[in-house]
Design a protein around this ligand. Structure first.
Ligand SMILES: C[S@@+](CC[C@H](N)C(=O)[O-])C[C@H]1O[C@@H](n2cnc3c(N)ncnc32)[C@H](O)[C@@H]1O
Length: 346
């Protein structure tokens, strides 16, 4: 069991980490080489057997005030090997780590995705006279629902209030950027496990999920949480299908219902993907589904080959239907999975 876990950790590091996240890579490999750490994880519930859970548990303890040399690895200027300190912290706080592994769910909310979602919500808004009902399905803490409260720079275009507390940016690799703000008449986040970021402990767990290599992501996340606390969006705990159906029923009928998913449908099984799309397109009201997902997740979209050498990316897709309208599926462009760049074809 522990040998298989160690192999999984090394494969994860090979595929997903170095050189994108060298500190987390070193921590993951050190954990794989440490039989006691592997045994600690093997004793936890099986769905926690990943490097993400261990990294988050260690980071959470540091953010909770545990004084340990591993804290240096989360500082921007760190230049060393965090592996030994990572294992030392985990084994020195084994009971607390086991408790976190048993009770917490790995669930991120990447607010920089908003930088590539916002211009497309604006673009949808520009196609209709009515304001939008925005439903962020799989919203996590709901940070992306607040897209119009952030200042966003995409190439030489700017969106959102100039005095916003959080500034986001994306490189523009192609296509026009719609800067005129969409009118949002109603909004709701839905998640099977919504995070209440106004609760300091839940916010700390969200922060703990950020890898040590990305202090800029942590700073963005904290600024977004501060913004959310000023006026939190309504979040509903529900599974995807029930949450979609109730949001479509509750949103005012004169608004165009725009359902946003960002790296969510990717987690659905085939049956749920089918039922989700059928509920959306068969709704009694006009609906639009803006998907930021791995290519192929939204069925039957004519998606071109991805640009050479761009690495991992998200396909942006719009599917419209509902109210007996003919179904239309459009590929809108490619983006970086965390919103670092956008390359639109619309
Ligand atoms: C990778 S996170 C993405 C969160 C957010 N959309 C973002 O872009 O940062 C996936 C989210 O989808 C939610 N999720 C996954 N499957 C779900 C389901 N069947 N019903 C409701 N929420 C689901 C998870 O709880 C999690 O919050």
């Amino acid at each position: 069991m522990t040998a298989a876990l160690a192999d999984f950790f090394r494969a994860f590091a090979d595929f997903s980490l170095a050189p994108y996240a060298p500190r987390y890579d070193a921590m993951t490999r050190a954990a794989a080489d440490n039989a006691e750490v592997m045994a600690l994880l093997a004793a936890a519930p099986p769905d926690t057997h990943s490097p993400n859970n261990l990294q988050a548990a260690a980071h959470y303890l540091l953010l909770s005030g545990v004084d340990h040399p591993l804290a240096a690895a989360y500082e921007p200027e760190f230049d060393g090997d965090p592996g030994p300190a990572f294992c030392d912290l985990l084994l020195g706080h084994a009971d607390a780590v086991a408790e976190l592994l048993a009770t917490r769910v790995v669930q991120t909310n990447e607010v920089n995705r908003t930088a590539v979602i916002a211009p497309l919500v604006n673009w949808i808004g520009a196609t209709t006279e009515s304001p939008l009902a925005l439903i962020d399905l799989g919203c996590s803490a709901g940070l992306n629902l607040l897209f119009d409260r952030y200042r966003i720079t995409i190439g030489d275009a700017s969106l959102g209030p100039a005095d916003a507390g959080l500034c986001l940016s994306a490189e523009n690799r192609g296509g026009p950027v719609e800067t005129a703000p969409a009118q949002i008449g109603w909004r709701r986040g839905v998640d099977r496990n919504p995070i209440d970021a106004t609760d300091p402990d839940q916010a700390r767990w969200l922060e703990a999920l950020v890898w040590p290599d990305h202090p800029d992501r942590l700073a963005r996340l904290r600024a977004a949480i501060d913004e959310l606390r000023n006026d939190p969006p309504p979040l509903v705990r529900a599974d995807a299908l029930a949450g979609l159906e109730s949001a479509l029923a509750d949103a005012p009928g004169d608004l165009l219902a725009v359902v946003l998913t960002s790296w969510v449908v990717y987690y659905f099984g085939d049956d749920l993907r089918h039922d989700f799309e059928a509920a959306l397109l068969g709704a009694a009201r006009p609906t639009a589904w803006l998907a930021m997902e791995m290519a192929g997740v939204v069925p039957d979209v004519d998606t071109p080959p991805p640009p050479d050498g761009a690495g991992e990316m998200s396909a942006m897709t719009l599917v419209t239907g509902g109210a007996d309208r003919p179904v239309e599926r459009r590929f809108l462009g490619w983006t970086h999975p965390h919103g670092a760049w956008i390359d639109l074809v619309v």
